[in-house]
Design a binder for this molecule. Sequence first.
Ligand code: G3P
Length: 216
Amino acid sequence: MVLFIDTANLDEIKEVSTWGYVKGVTTNPSLIAKEGLSQKDIITKIVTLVDGPISAEVTAEDYEGMIKQGEELFAIDPKHIVIKLPMTNEGLKACAYFAKKKIPTNVTLCFSPAQALLAMESGATYVSPFLGRLDDAGWDAIQLIKDIVTMKKNYGYETKIICASIRNVAHVTNCALAGGDIATVPYKVLAKLIKHPLTDAGLESFAKDAAKTPKN
Ligand code: G3P
């Protein structure tokens, strides 16, 4: 399963871009708002840091506005920008428009198999089911991933599933077990994926033993 970082923070993106296993970035209006810069300024900087898909979300609510804003965002870097669109009828209409033009899209705020089906039928490049927010509301988020994976297989959709709203390490591994294509993960959770107490204990004992070994 491919890993993206879910952030608009440039320091976090710079740091994970050195790790090698983080292959893309997703942003949303709330993440952008935390950074104190315009969306255009942030996205323009992110594209210089990451050679992979970078989702930039439209905030317009009507079809024409989404097309205009989406095209402006795409023009920042047509090699990397993915236009993130909301799960609304206007968003899906815009998705179909961009699909015809072979411009990549990410349909976000997906909470049900029916919504995912509509995104896939609209030609979305990516669909983003939200795990954490579903779990918070008492729904079975991993079952949603499994259902979307089944629908993809049944009909051969090429839409990739970005497991989003990730809150913990178990979300990441359970998405991988369920067959999600990508998980977009906040920095704090990404940094925890490598951690295991037995690895730390093993490193400590190897370092002690290495110090005792005669040098040439
Ligand atoms: O970017 C979409 C999604 O990952 C948001 O996550 O934590 O705000 O539910 P969260």
